[in-house]
Design a binder for this molecule. Structure first.
Ligand SMILES: [Fe+2]
Length: 346
């Protein structure tokens, strides 16, 4: 079996390949790593056949849907997953065949209702059911400490103690563990009485994961994250460096239309000399009057360089084929000590 572990911060994903047939699967892909999975698969001579999420993630952005669409391969989850875009729903005891590899599904609700572990040869991919030195939390949507107790003590921990444990999270870079080691050393597994385990899980008092609202929204709906939206806009527009714009401002380059797409009060506090105000929220409404010539070179900027990227992408879509965005924003411009003009005049 070809095995690659890909970390995104503490979030772990795995590329598994069948060495005989070159078929492969990605478990818990993260949205910012799609190029990496494809690169590793290409390097290892693998063809990705399935994309599996071990559960509905609240803490990272799943890449299953986007990569699934890109490759034309099924998105696989437990049948209790609330996501509407799942192509293949699995039940406890099902197997997914990836070439000669057999991924056996063990439904392990508790961290979430749709959590499952996947056993492949001598490895167990535990999602957030069993972590190294910890367990998944049970205080997020559909979490249930009683169910986690059953999943751990009736199912997972009864498996072959020599099985290697590969969790969906590992913040300490431990890599992997084994069932035996977790039974012996995992502090959360030392309370083997149900009531004591449930009490402990209920009293953990963990802080909410960052981006939980956005992660659940995009993972359950298949909708884009804000970062994705920005990355897609950034992929279709060129950028101009701050210093390049400064040089053009100093020479009063009449061929460049500089658009400040922030709101009026921000513009009046201080803008790039010569820049015109056209707030992002009014762009489509005013574009025909304000920018009658689609062949002009137009530069957009905002405070941080994100909204201006969306604005430049919109302008390109509208046919302004020379729209570019500033690489950076007004904040960086001020910090660089470049000229700033207050007031309502360009
Ligand atoms: Fe999770």
């Amino acid at each position: 079996m070809i095995y690659e572990q890909i970390a995104t911060g503490g979030c772990q994903s795995y590329l598994l390949g069948c060495s005989e047939t070159c078929a492969a699967v990605v478990i818990d892909p993260e949205i910012s790593q799609l190029d990496r999975y494809l690169g590793l698969a290409a390097r290892d001579g693998l063809r990705i056949r399935y994309l599996i999420d071990t559960h509905t993630h609240a803490d990272h952005f799943s890449g299953t849907r986007q990569l699934g669409r890109q490759l034309g391969v099924p998105v696989v989850m437990h049948r209790d997953s609330p996501a509407s875009f799942v192509d293949m729903r699995l039940d406890d005891g099902d197997m997914v065949l990836v070439g000669r590899l057999r991924l056996r599904v063990i439904h392990t609700p508790g961290h979430t209702r749709d959590s499952m572990c996947l056993q492949v040869e001598d490895r167990l991919f535990t999602g957030d059911t069993l972590l190294i030195g910890a367990t998944g939390r049970t205080d997020l949507p559909t979490g249930d400490p009683d169910a986690l107790y059953d999943s751990l003590f009736q199912r997972v921990l009864r498996l072959d103690p020599s099985l290697k444990v590969h969790p969906a999270h590992d913040y300490k870079g431990a890599g992997h563990s084994t069932i035996a080691r977790e039974l012996a050393e995992n502090p959360r597994l030392q309370k083997r009485d149900r009531a004591a385990f449930v009490d402990m899980m209920r009293s953990l008092n963990l802080t909410m994961p960052t981006h939980i609202t956005e992660a659940l929204r995009s993972n359950m709906s298949g909708g884009k994250t804000v970062a994705q939206l920005l990355a897609e806009a950034g992929a279709v527009v060129p950028f101009m460096a701050l210093a390049e714009l400064k040089a053009r401002v100093e020479t009063a380059d009449g061929n460049l239309v500089v658009l400040d797409v922030r709101e009026r009060d921000a513009y009046e506090q201080g803008h790039v000399p010569g820049a015109r105000l056209l707030p992002r929220g009014q762009l489509e409404l005013r574009v025909n009057d304000d920018l009658p010539d689609p062949t002009r070179r137009i530069l957009t900027y905002c405070e941080l360089g994100r909204i201006s990227t969306l604005a430049a992408a919109t302008l390109r879509e509208l046919g302004y084929q020379r729209a570019v965005a500033l690489d950076g924003g007004m904040k960086a411009w001020r910090e660089a000590g470049y000229p700033v003009k207050p007031g309502s005049e360009p």
